[in-house]
Design a protein around this ligand. Structure first.
Ligand SMILES: C[S@@+](CC[C@H](N)C(=O)[O-])C[C@H]1O[C@@H](n2cnc3c(N)ncnc32)[C@H](O)[C@@H]1O
Length: 213
């Protein structure tokens, strides 16, 4: 931001921004929530227990393209990059420019791309990164507060973009996402994580292979 842009910014917002930056990633996340509470849907990032449980079924040796919707300040990005193979790719998509700017400034791994956009456009975004399919798609989207029609469109686009045998990994405070997933994924595993603010539901929707059909 230039100094003239800073001067134009209202002082309460400037103070909030300074305070949130002093708090680190959690502060940036909170700032995003205060600006767009419905779009963000949570005041605090996911816990390490949620991250470990959600990622446990991923077969990392078979994963070349991992997509994440709604990365926020990157709570899952670092654990995913730690597990991802050296020739893998992590593409994250978020509608909030504050988070995308923060991720681009703080994660410099060459396997990582942060895209400002909607998860509904995942197919176009994956193609723009030179790939036809994703192996896994992870979602932290607040499905219950997305505008009408957006949740079902995202579930349909996700099913199309996944390779057979790939999976849609979803964590959410409500079970709304499961309703959208069930229209496309025949097998959905589920679990629950108590040690998260708020406790959340976890779903893994597996895309059928030819052998399953
Ligand atoms: C609950 S936060 C997820 C936070 C983070 N993944 C974590 O584990 O702490 C939801 C995120 O979804 C993003 N979001 C909301 N609608 C979206 C959409 N249509 N496409 C992509 N991201 C979206 C918000 O900007 C926010 O970063």
């Amino acid at each position: 931001m230039t100094s003239s842009e800073l001067a134009r910014e209202a002082w309460p917002r400037r103070i909030m921004r300074r305070l949130s930056r002093m708090m680190g990633p959690k502060g940036v996340f909170l700032e995003g929530f205060i600006e767009h509470p419905v779009m963000v849907g949570s005041i605090i990032p996911s816990s390490r227990f949620t991250i470990a449980k959600m990622l446990a079924p991923v077969k990392w040796d078979e994963c070349k393209v991992f997509v994440e919707y709604g990365p926020g300040v990157g709570t899952f990005c670092r654990p995913v990059l730690n597990r991802l193979r050296r020739d893998g790719q992590l593409i994250v998509i978020d509608t909030n420019p504050l988070y995308i700017d923060y991720l681009r400034a703080t994660i410099t791994d060459s396997r990582f791309s942060a895209v400002l956009g909607s998860a509904a456009d995942v197919e176009e975004i994956v193609r723009a990164h030179g790939r036809d399919h994703a192996d896994y798609v992870l979602s932290g989207l607040p499905f219950s507060t997305l505008p009408d029609g957006v949740g079902p469109a995202i579930a349909a686009a996700t099913h199309r973009v996944l390779r057979p045998g790939g999976a849609f990994l979803v964590y959410q405070f409500s079970a709304k996402a499961r309703d959208f997933m069930a229209r496309h994924f025949n097998r959905i595993d589920s679990s629950f994580e108590l040690f998260n603010i708020l406790p959340c539901k976890l779903f893994w929707g597996w895309k059928d292979t030819a052998a399953d059909a």
